[in-house]
Design a protein around this ligand. Structure first.
Ligand code: NAD
Ligand code: LMR
Length: 337
C-alpha cells in the first residue's frame, strides 16, 4: 500500500502533467531496466501526454514493461529485448536515453566516457536510421560529451536537427530550487533559478542573482550554496556508497523535462526551461553547446534565450565553466570523428 506521502507525490506528479492537449505521443526509453530507467518509465506511464511507451534495454525491459503496464492510465506499454532496438524505435516521437554506467565514489563523470560514449553513439545511430525525426533527450553521462556525440552521429547520417537534440540538465535546476528553498526558508516553487552551462562540477553555473531570494544570499552562504548545486551529484554518489548515483530525483527530473517537451510539441506556448543544446550563445568562445533557457514548441527548440544579467560572482563562475565545457565538447566530437 502507498504511504500517504507517496500517494501525495504521485497525485502531485499527475497534476503537474498538463492534460490540455489532444495530441499524444509515443515515447521510448533506452536503458529502461536501470536505476533511472525504471522509475522514469513509471512516471512516463502516468503522464497523460504519453500515448505509448516503448521500453528498451539490453536486459530487463520486458519485465519493467509488464510491471508498469498494469498501471491504470490509458497509455500502452511494450518491452523490447537487446536484439529488438529497431522495433522499439518504430514510430517514436521522443527518445529518452538513460543507458550507460553510473559513477562510483571517487569517479568524475568524465571517467564514464570510455564506456558510455560508444553506448550512446550506437543508440543514436539506430535512432537516426529508424526514427530520424525523433527528439532525443540524453541523460547518460558525461552529458557535456554525450550530447555532442549524439549530434555528430546524426550529422554523419545526414539527419541532425539542433532543435531536436537535448542534454537533460533538469536535475541541476531541480536541485538549485530545492537547495535555495532550504537555505532561504521558502517553498522551492518560489526559488526557481536558471542553471546554465553544462552538467558537471564547475560547468554547472547557477544564476542565483536572477531570483529575489537567491540575490539576497551572500558571502560564505553563497559559496556553500553554489558548491552544493555544482556538486549535488557527488553527495548522492557518496551516500549510495558504490551502489550508483542519483536515480529517483533524476527520474523525476527526466519526466519533468519530457513533459515540458511534450507540452511544447503539442502547441502549448511559453514552455521555457534550461537544457543543453547546440547554439550560438558562446560560439565566439568556441563552445558549441550550452545550457540556457530555451522555449520548447512544436519543432522542439523554438527560441534560445540569452543568459541575462550576471553578478560579479556569476561572471567568475562562467569564466571557469567555458574552458572545461569546450574541452568536454571537443572530446565528444573527437570520439565520433
Ligand atoms: P544503471 O546502471 O542503473 O542503468 C543503466 C541501464 O543501461 C542498465 O539497465 C543497462 O542494462 C542499460 N544499458 C547499458 N548499455 C545499454 C545499451 N547499449 N542499450 C540499452 N541499455 C543499455 O545506471 P543509472 O543509475 O540508471 O544511470 C544511467 C546513466 O545516467 C549514467 O550514465 C549516469 O551517470 C547518468 N545520470 C545522468 C544524470 C543527469 O543529470 N543527466 C543524472 C543521474 C544519472
Ligand atoms: C547527477 O548529477 O546526479 C548525475 O550526473 C549523476 C552523477 O554522476 O553525479
Amino acid at each position: 500500500m502507498l504511504t500517504r506521502s507517496a500517494a501525495r507525490l504521485l497525485s502531485t506528479q499527475t497534476r503537474a502533467f498538463s492534460t490540455s492537449s489532444a495530441r499524444q505521443t509515443k515515447v521510448a526509453v533506452l536503458g529502461a531496466g536501470g536505476g533511472i530507467g525504471q522509475p522514469l518509465s513509471l512516471l512516463l506511464k502516468i503522464d497523460p501526454l504519453v500515448s505509448s511507451l516503448s521500453l528498451y534495454d539490453i536486459r530487463g525491459a520486458p519485465g519493467v514493461a509488464a510491471d508498469v503496464s498494469h498501471i491504470d492510465t490509458e497509455s500502452t506499454v511494450k518491452g523490447y529485448t537487446a536484439d529488438q532496438l529497431d522495433e522499439a524505435l518504430e514510430g517514436v516521437k521522443v527518445v529518452v536515453i538513460p543507458a550507460g554506467v553510473p559513477r562510483k565514489p571517487g569517479m568524475t563523470r568524465d571517467d564514464l566516457f570510455n564506456t558510455n560514449a560508444s553506448i550512446v553513439r550506437d543508440l543514436a545511430t539506430s535512432v537516426g536510421r529508424v526514427a530520424p525525426e525523433a527528439h532525443i533527450l540524453v541523460i547518460s553521462n558525461p552529458v557535456n560529451s554525450t550530447v555532442p556525440i549524439v549530434a555528430r552521429t546524426l550529422e554523419k547520417a545526414g539527419v541532425f536537427d539542433p532543435r531536436r537534440v537535448f542534454g537533460v540538465t533538469t536535475l541541476d535546476v531541480v536541485r538549485a530550487a530545492r537547495f535555495l528553498g532550504e537555505v532561504s526558508g521558502n517553498d522551492p516553487k518560489n526559488t526557481v533559478v536558471p542553471v546554465v552551462g553544462g552538467h558537471s562540477g564547475a560547468t554547472i553555473v547557477p544564476l542565483l542573482s536572477q531570483n529575489a531570494y537567491g540575490k539576497a544570499i551572500s558571502g560564505e552562504a553563497y559559496a556553500a550554496l553554489v558548491r552544493r548545486i555544482q556538486f549535488g551529484g557527488d553527495e548522492v554518489v557518496k551516500a549510495k556508497d558504490g551502489a550508483g548515483s542519483a536515480t529517483l530525483s533524476m527520474a523525476y527530473a527526466g519526466a519533468k523535462f519530457t513533459n515540458a517537451l511534450l507540452r511544447g510539441l503539442n502547441g502549448e506556448k511559453g514552455v521555457i526551461t534550461p537544457t543543453f543544446v547546440k547554439n550560438n550563445v558562446f560560439a565566439d568562445k568556441g563552445v558549441d553547446f550550452f545550457s540556457s533557457n530555451v522555449e520548447l514548441g512544436q519543432n522542439g527548440v523554438e527560441k534560445i534565450y540569452p543568459i541575462g544579467p550576471l553578478s560579479a560572482e556569476e561572471e567568475k563562475l562562467l569564466e571557469a565553466c567555458l574552458p572545461d565545457l569546450k574541452k568536454n565538447i571537443e572530446k565528444g566530437y573527437a570520439f565520433v570523428a
